[in-house]
Design a binder for this molecule. Structure first.
Ligand SMILES: *[C@@H]1O[C@H](CO)[C@@H](O)[C@H](O)[C@H]1NC(C)=O
Ligand SMILES: *[C@@H]1O[C@H](CO)[C@@H](O)[C@H](O)[C@H]1NC(C)=O
Length: 358
């Protein structure tokens, strides 16, 4: 009887064990076909070395600005090979990098997946383009991140608001070709977030008593759409590229786009001059700190606008470079791949808050 019983249960038990084994293997392996299929879609002229591909998982999109990730985005759109961008959380265990945008973490919309088993070589990347005063409390994130990505030059991966790209315009170009014609306003400022305690408000108030300053933007109920912004600012000799907070390397699109790309000389208020000089020629902008007083700054701007040749010299950089502004999230995340080999092999931000404030 005992023997019979044992016999009756042995076969189902073996079958059950086998099924469980096959099942768990399948669940594990099933993640592979999707990635292999994904990689196979890439019509790469060279054979793809799948051991040297970096997979970047966007855990959620910054500001919920989701965009499609069809095909091999990094290679097709930005010429970056061996780099796969995904936003499907089920690929977690295969990702080399997992990107977390700070805003959604600090406002509680998203959480770090600390409950998931984290592959040994996987790096978590903290991403923010905000200045420290807008990044909230980072203490809860101590010990979780391996990489930082921000506008800061000392971040593991720098994601600037803009940059200069060398460009050969050939002979025959003169600096005048790059200066918008019909300059008619001395100084212009676009401001959406106006606060009396900002240092820039104090500087603006003094400056407008010395020279005329045209103000636009939400703060004064004169919003400019993209097109009017361009035509308005290009008529200004100077653009007040005043940052809302003064912090290390915090140089935003006010400088890169509103001034440089549209074609007005930037008058900057932000980090010290050396930090601007690290990213732009020293004679391409005017720093508020270059002057003893705002009166002196105002007088300088007035005289400079009258001196055509000297004014034009602020555009000399245009003969060698073009200014580019921040592309889109995809471009920024693809740009992680070429940086991988220069990253420290092992790194943990045990005090992200202190890093941010240094
Ligand atoms: C992996 O790719 C990087 C650049 O994408 C290259 O520098 C490196 O030599 C490659 N490594 C191997 C083992 O092929
Ligand atoms: C990433 O950080 C975790 C700690 O959160 C650490 O265990 C892991 O070794 C780090 N990985 C790398 C590649 O630095």
């Amino acid at each position: 009887m005992v023997k019979l019983c044992a016999h009756r249960w042995t076969i189902p038990a073996v079958v059950l064990v086998c099924l469980t084994l096959i099942g768990s293997l399948l669940i594990h392996e099933l993640q592979w076909p999707s990635l292999v299929a994904f990689r196979a879609q890439m019509p790469d002229p060279k054979p793809v070395d799948i051991t040297n591909i970096t997979t970047i998982l966007i855990w959620y999109w910054p500001f919920d600005q989701r965009t499609a990730l069809e095909g091999n985005v990094c290679r097709e759109r930005f010429g970056i090979p061996n780099c796969i961008l995904v936003d499907d959380q089920s690929l977690f265990s295969l990702a080399d990098f997992v990107v977390f945008h700070n805003r959604e973490l600090i406002n509680g919309q998203q959480r770090l997946p600390v409950h998931l088993p984290r592959p040994q070589k996987q790096r978590w990347l903290w991403y923010s383009l905000e200045s420290p005063v807008h990044n909230g409390n980072l203490r809860p994130f101590a010990g979780h991140f391996n990489c930082t990505m921000s506008y800061r030059l000392d971040a593991d991966i720098t994601s600037p608001y803009g940059r200069l790209v060398p460009q050969n315009f050939g002979t025959g170009s003169t600096v005048e070709d790059f200066i918008p014609k019909d300059k008619s306003s001395l100084a212009c400022w676009v401001v959406s977030n106006y606060a009396p305690h900002h240092k820039r408000t104090e500087v603006y108030n003094k400056l407008k008593s010395i020279i005329p300053v045209n103000v636009y933007g939400g703060a004064v109920n004169k919003r400019l759409d993209d097109k009017t912004m361009r035509s308005t600012i290009s008529r200004c000799y100077f653009y007040l590229a005043f940052e809302n907070s003064i912090s290390r390397d915090y140089i935003t699109e006010k400088f890169w786009y509103n001034a440089f790309m549209i074609g007005a000389v930037p008058v900057v208020l932000g980090p010290p001059r050396e930090q601007y000089e690290a990213v732009a020629p020293k004679d391409s902008f005017i720093h508020v700190d270059d002057f003893q007083s705002i009166e002196e700054l105002g007088e300088f701007l007035r005289k400079l606008a009258e001196d055509k040749q000297r004014y034009a010299s602020y555009f000399n950089w245009r003969l060698k470079y073009t200014a580019k502004r921040f592309g889109d999230w995809k471009e920024e995340f693809c740009r992680i791949c070429p940086k991988v080999s220069s990253l420290q092999k092992q790194k943990v931000y045990n005090d992200l808050d202190a890093w941010e404030r240094k």
